[in-house]
Design a protein around this ligand. Sequence first.
Ligand SMILES: N[C@@H](CCC(=O)N[C@@H](CS)C(=O)NCC(=O)O)C(=O)O
Length: 207
Amino acid sequence: MKLYWFDTVNPRKACAVAKYLQSPVEFVHVDLGRGAHRRPEYLALNPNGKVPTLTDGTRTLWEANAIMCHLAARADSDLWPQDDRQIEVIRWLSWDLAHFYRSGSSLYFEYIIKPRFGLGDTDLAAVKQATKEWQRFAAILDGHLHDRRWLVGNGLTVADFAVASVLPYAERASIPLDEFPNVRRWHDRLNELDAWREPYPALSEAA
Ligand SMILES: N[C@@H](CCC(=O)N[C@@H](CS)C(=O)NCC(=O)O)C(=O)O
């Protein structure tokens, strides 16, 4: 398997799961800063021109959530459970992309991506709106986590890796994580995993 990645939020999910499961992947660095994601050979794999992408034999997969599920299924791991929990996982993956990630990633874009790639000044109106939205959905997550260690059942699943994806950037992206103590504690728990704290391969390991 080859996992095409860059050190940004969406590939982070796939890299974290690959590291956690010690999946037999070869990491291929796609340098977004140099436009490697827009080259024809990469677009042939992922016509969206985005990372991550996974190839496994003749199969090519894009979308970080699908890649996480594929890696977990291939490893027979409960990260992608095969029982009733699976529906709960899908619920949180859907909720995340529609609501929580949307607002969190706006803040990530304004405070981290814009300065990194020279994309202009912070849009304070967008920040205000995204912060309000993030707080609204973080309150729901905080309520869910008040008596739980993980989002679904009693164990870690891809839902945790997905919903927490922006939280490692909370401080730098002015995401008000400290207002939500159950979310904070849950993320501290994820931070106990080496794969979560250090998800990316060293560049020397990557092609
Ligand atoms: N829905 C996609 C989003 C992928 C995505 O937006 N990746 C960003 C990096 S975090 C990217 O490749 N951006 C390059 C671009 O849009 O030009 C997924 O979950 O994999």
